[in-house]
Design a protein around this ligand. Structure first.
Ligand code: FE2
Length: 416
């Protein structure tokens, strides 16, 4: 069991005043500072709850993205699915195993500071594979693909999946109003018809919402996953996010898969902020974005008692970033993959620079490997370099994936 203190860090947590001080971890949880290992951050690092991505498809994170023909956009997601299946991206990724694709997605999360993500697929397809990832892709959710007549019939049907979510205190997650055809425009009414519109609902996209829909969703206490990049790429329109925030909807952020979405979560934060500025001529404060991807997302997942803030007793899900900006919220939103110093999942470091190895008693544990990000040697859970090499071997050329911030070493100069 680990017991350590991150000392003299800028501690940033939702609902709390930012302070410079110490954060303790004992076992899986955040605890009062103590233990025999202390890492002194010397006021040069910001310590946040690690980030939460409320929407992704972990089998689909292969690049480049596939979208509509130049100058045109889709009306619904359906033609995209056809374009994807006919694309070179799909052909190329078909040479990889499902395990490869899921492992890549795990690292897409990890290298962008995300330790909790929802994989929007039915548990029948992902329950064996999610526990193998280096981050938390949880299995406790109800789902529908989309509440419309052309949905993909995932799970056990809207009513049963929702009922299971309510009984277990899980979220019920579904794409909704992802488009502008007649049905997509009436997604909220479909939920009402099923009698499932409530605070268990985590509704993804919601770009076809009317003002009335927004009011109903706010009143029900439902959450929304805003996937700005994917929406603009496919439809050139996104959710009415300013109205949603003003109406009190619990807004969170999702990447969607990188086959339509941004490269990773850090890229999504920047894109969404810029998009908001373009749409509304005003800034979406970095502090709001921080809350969307921590405490709001934890609420949407019905996990607010465990994750989303750095309160004592919650799980030690921690992200440490270089402090490049005096404003810690700006520091987060403007961060790049190279700014991550440490990522912790339930008390256990899963990625970090070598000074944090002291937490492991100074030695690289057996399930970890070493990579170089920029000039910095970093330890990481699993073997992403081996995975990257395997992907390249299978596709037959030196594939670049923009969410992997390193080049694998050649076997002759490997330190592993
Ligand atoms: Fe999606």
């Amino acid at each position: 069991m680990f017991e350590y203190t991150l000392a003299n860090g800028v501690i940033v947590s939702p609902g709390k005043k930012t302070r410079t001080g110490d954060l303790g971890v004992k076992g899986e949880k955040i605890f009062s500072p103590g233990g025999t290992v202390t890492i002194n951050l010397k006021g040069k690092s910001c310590v946040y709850p690690s980030l939460i991505n409320t929407h992704d498809h972990l089998q689909g994170n292969y690049r480049p993205a596939v979208g509509p023909k130049k100058g045109s956009f889709y009306l619904t997601w359906l033609p995209w699915d056809n374009d994807l299946k006919a694309s070179d991206t799909f052909k190329e990724r078909s040479q990889l195993s499902r395990e490869d694709l899921y492992a890549l997605s795990g690292y897409k999360c990890l290298f962008s500071g995300v330790t909790t993500v929802n994989d929007h697929f039915p548990q029948k397809l992902n329950s064996q594979i999610l526990p193998t990832l280096p981050i938390r892709a949880f299995l406790e959710y109800g789902l529908a693909h989309e509440c419309s007549s052309y949905d993909l019939k995932w799970g056990d049907g809207v009513e049963l999946e929702h009922k299971r979510a309510v009984q277990n205190k899980w979220p019920f997650i579904t794409h909704l109003a992802e488009g502008f055809d007649e049905e997509s425009m009436h997604g909220v009414e479909a939920l009402e018809k099923y009698k499932v519109l409530d605070d268990h609902c985590l509704l993804v996209h919601c770009i076809g919402f009317s003002d009335e829909d927004i009011k109903k969703v706010a009143k029900a206490g439902a959450s929304v996953s805003w996937c700005g990049f994917s929406n603009m790429f496919m439809f050139n329109v996104t959710a009415k996010v300013r109205k949603m925030i003003k109406a009190g909807v619990n807004v969170t952020i999702g990447t969607d898969s990188s086959a339509t979405g941004s490269a990773n979560f850090l890229a999504e934060l920047k894109f969404d902020r810029e998009l908001y500025r373009k749409l509304y001529g005003e800034d979406l404060p970095a502090k709001n974005i921080f809350e969307m991807c921590t405490i709001n997302a934890a609420k949407a997942f019905w996990m607010q008692d465990r994750i989303g803030s750095l309160d004592e007793g919650k799980l030690g899900d921690i992200l440490v970033l270089k402090a490049r900006d005096d404003d810690p919220y700006e520091n987060l939103v403007n961060a790049s993959m190279q700014d991550i110093e440490l990522l912790v999942l339930a008390g256990t470091p899963v990625y970090g620079d070598m000074r944090f190895l002291d937490i492991f008693g100074g030695e690289l544990p057996p399930a970890y490997t070493q990579i170089k990000v920029g000039k910095n040697p970093m330890f990481v859970k699993g073997d992403p370099a081996g995975l990257y090499n395997e992907v390249r071997r299978k596709v037959g050329f030196k594939k670049k994936l923009d969410y992997l911030p390193f080049e694998p070493l050649q076997s002759s100069d490997s330190t592993q």
